[in-house]
Ligand binder design. Structure first.
Ligand code: F6R
Length: 606
């Protein structure tokens, strides 16, 4: 979703802000803008479209500005346009604001301000913040902190705000509620940002702002206040992500780089959760015998990881009640959960609005919450009772790949640990299963060596109007992920079906030239999925069969053999082929793979 960057320091603000915005592009946006403060006051430049468009317009402006804010907007209120882009300034151009989130009471606030003679120029909810800030700044005789507190007290909804003020050229103020915002402290100045990669080149010293805390950034120090204007002390955290981890590393797209990183991140995640890392301590401390129900909840790909996990948990733990729910559904359904329920939340960003709401709903009903999160210090990581981190590093491509794989690995290890605690498996079986999990990085590396084969095949598939993915049991879960990945980045219509469901409707869509991707890792169900393949081939479809020991031979079927693997962990292998397939279909179509249309990396609003 929208991205915020702000800087005040001894260097030129404009190139630093533009560079920071580029690092936030992956979040998804349709327009961008900056506001900088220099000798001649606040200068706001904003443009609909890609950052390159904005860059063209800022290229002429003085580099002497040393404080400013920047924003990539993903339209919610009002169409993408120059006027609706951020930053928004008040009518007197005294205060400029960048905003992530949604102001729910903006209409009432707007009406009240209009009655005071203030006129608005955009259709956004965000402009109301800038106008309100100017109104209070005037009323409180230039006290910027008092102003921000007053503004915040009037806003309903969610917000992360970066604010600069005409009279305070070397300062930058930030506040947040239900939307992430970090503060970075560097040698040459201080930053605000909605995500770590935006500042990683300058600093790894990060403060995580809590709801309604205010940060006042000076060029050489940062002060923090609570909502009562009392100074508070915060301790920075040192982020271990490297600068290179947020760069493309010579690959044409972040997505391909992230796909190829999977053996490494799997190794690190498995080490930390299964061997001797901090995650293992969290997992060991969790007493599964206290619960009689497990609910796994998440959105998008993280939800698909949860669907796969349900099969693994059921098989290994023989736990009577395990559900996987979309967080957007779970939060509104008045779920039957209580203190005997463990709610597992899966989220790469740790900031997905629906998953946060699901977590809060679970806590309200006294359930324990266990989060599997990638971004350290994110809302879900902080608010959950237990948190296991995936070691995926920064994931920049909008379509998740490595974080999904890391989530699966953590879920497998959890399932094995729960099964042991519940007395459902012997220590010998535990050892065997953990050895299987430990072998996954090597097996994924072996699949990645066949990248050329997948690339070649994918290049023949760009003409399809529709592609179906089928699988049974855990293969169905990974079929869902394959289908989601393909539609996200290639814009080809796609659906995933449980193989057994074909005859209940979908088969009517199969005709000459339809492509069906069939996943076949479940030994017991192999004949069933082959039968599905035969049925669709006889109706004119072409089939791609992905699995281990694929023994099916047909002129209309392409095979991708996977290494031998316990079927419970096979999603980690199938998904590599599916990710590469989607990637190369989209690449051959010449699409903007890392930033697919209409999608945002982190869905922080509903
Ligand atoms: C798909 C994708 C999304 C996310 C979903 C949840 O490639 O990236 O479907 O999985 O938006 O995001 P997180 O994991 O950040 O909660």
């Amino acid at each position: 979703m929208c991205g915020i960057i702000g800087y005040t320091g001894s260097e030129s603000a404009v190139p630093i802000i533009i560079e920071g915005l580029k690092k936030l592009e992956y979040r998804g946006y349709d327009s961008a803008g900056i506001a900088v403060y220099g000798r001649d006051g606040i200068n706001v430049i904003k443009r609909k479209g890609r950052l390159a468009e904005l860059e063209r317009h800022v290229s002429g402006i003085s580099v002497n500005y040393s404080s400013g804010i920047g924003h990539t907007r993903w339209a919610t209120h009002g169409e993408p346009s120059d006027i609706n882009s951020h930053p928004h300034a008040g009518s007197r151009n005294e205060i400029a604001v960048v905003h992530n989130g949604i102001i729910e009471n903006y209409k009432q606030l707007k009406e009240q301000l209009e009655k005071k003679g203030i006129s608005f120029i955009s259709e956004t909810d965000s402009e109301v913040i800038a106008q309100l800030a100017e109104y209070y700044y005037d009323k409180y005789k230039g006290d910027i902190i008092e102003t921000v507190i007053k503004v915040s007290n009037r806003l309903e909804g969610s917000y992360a705000l970066g604010i600069i003020c005409h009279d305070e050229p070397d300062k930058l103020v930030a506040i947040k509620k239900d939307n992430p915002l970090i503060i970075g402290e560097a040698a040459h100045g201080n930053f605000i940002a909605s995500d770590i990669p935006a500042v990683l080149k300058h600093t790894n010293k990060i403060y995580y702002l809590e709801d309604k805390e205010i940060a006042l950034l000076h060029k050489n120090q940062v002060e923090f206040f609570n909502i009562d204007k009392e100074p508070i002390k915060k301790t920075p955290e040192t982020v271990t992500w490297s600068v290179e981890s947020a760069e493309k590393g010579g690959e044409p797209h972040f997505m391909l780089k992230e796909i190829k990183e999977q053996p490494k991140i799997l190794r690190e995640t498995i080490n930390s959760a299964g061997n001797d890392g901090e995650n293992k301590i969290v997992i060991d401390n969790l007493d599964i015998t206290r619960y009689n129900k497990i609910v796994i909840t998440a959105c998008g790909s993280a939800y698909n990881a949860g669907i796969a996990a349900k099969y693994v948990f059921e098989r290994l733990c023989r736990f009577p009640c395990i559900e996987t729910e979309l967080a957007s559904e779970f939060r509104y359904k008045d779920a039957v959960i209580d203190e005997k329920t463990l709610v597992i939340l899966i989220s790469q960003s740790g900031e997905t609005a629906d998953t946060i709401a699901a977590m809060r709903e679970a806590k309200l009903k006294k359930s324990d919450t266990l989060a599997i999160v990638n971004v350290i210090g994110s809302t879900i990581a902080k608010e959950s009772d237990y948190c296991v981190y995936t070691a995926a590093g920064p994931e920049i491509a909008v379509a998740t790949t490595k974080a999904f794989s890391a989530q699966l690995a953590v879920l497998y290890i959890l399932a094995v640990s729960f099964a042991v605690k519940l007395g459902k498996i012997t220590s010998e079986t535990e050892r065997e299963l953990m050895a299987e999990i430990a072998a996954l990085p090597e097996k994924t590396a072996a699949i990645l060596e066949k990248v050329d084969e997948i690339q070649k095949y994918a290049s023949t598939c760009i003409g399809y109007k529709s592609i179906f993915f089928i699988g049974r049991n855990i293969d169905y879960a990974i079929a869902m992920e394959g289908s989601l990945k393909l539609k996200e980045i290639s814009y080809i219509h796609s659906e995933a079906y449980a193989g057994g469901e074909l005859k209940h409707g979908t088969i009517s869509l199969i005709e000459d030239g339809t492509l069906v991707v069939a996943i076949a890792n479940c030994e017991r169900l192999y004949p069933k999925i082959i039968s599905n393949a035969e049925q669709v081939i006889s109706r004119g479809a072409k089939v791609v069969l992905i699995g281990k020991n694929c023994r099916f031979s047909n002129a209309n079927c392409e095979l991708f053999d996977l290494p031998e693997c316990n079927e419970l962990f096979s999603p980690s292998l199938s998904v590599i082929v599916l990710q590469l397939f989607s990637y190369y279909v989209a690449a051959n179509k010449g699409l903007d793979i890392d930033k697919p249309r209409n999608l945002a990396k982190s869905v922080t609003v509903e």
